[in-house]
Design a protein around this ligand. Structure first.
Ligand code: FES
Length: 106
């Protein structure tokens, strides 16, 4: 059974940066042709969804960026800004590498 990938982006900041991050991720997935990927022998769809607080507020509300979680692997990123979308899509979704500078080890 194929499991889709989902990026949940917190939009609970006053600045609206989470919305901008989600838009940038969607745009980048489209431009890199990664809305559908082949992983672990299966075709998967990649979806970006906005959500409320992920209980990572220290890395979200108090910084310049937003928190996000990638499922199903559960990788957590903090202080993500729209300009980080290219690297996150290229490295995490395209190459399967965690972006260490944004990764939160919970
Ligand atoms: S406000 Fe974004 S994780 Fe809590």
């Amino acid at each position: 059974m194929s499991e889709n990938r989902r990026l949940f982006v917190c939009i609970n900041q006053k600045s609206g940066v989470g919305e901008d991050v989600a838009k940038a991720l969607k745009k980048e997935l489209k431009s890199q042709g990664l809305k559908k990927i082949f992983s672990a022998g299966e075709k998967q769809r990649v979806r970006v969804q906005t959500c409320n607080c992920l209980d990572l507020c220290k890395q979200c509300k108090k910084g310049p960026g937003a928190a996000l979680i990638v499922y199903p692997e559960g990788t957590v990123y903090g202080n993500v800004r729209p300009a980080d979308a290219v690297e996150l899509v290229t490295e995490h979704l395209g190459r399967g590498h965690v972006v260490k500078r944004l990764h939160l080890d919970r």
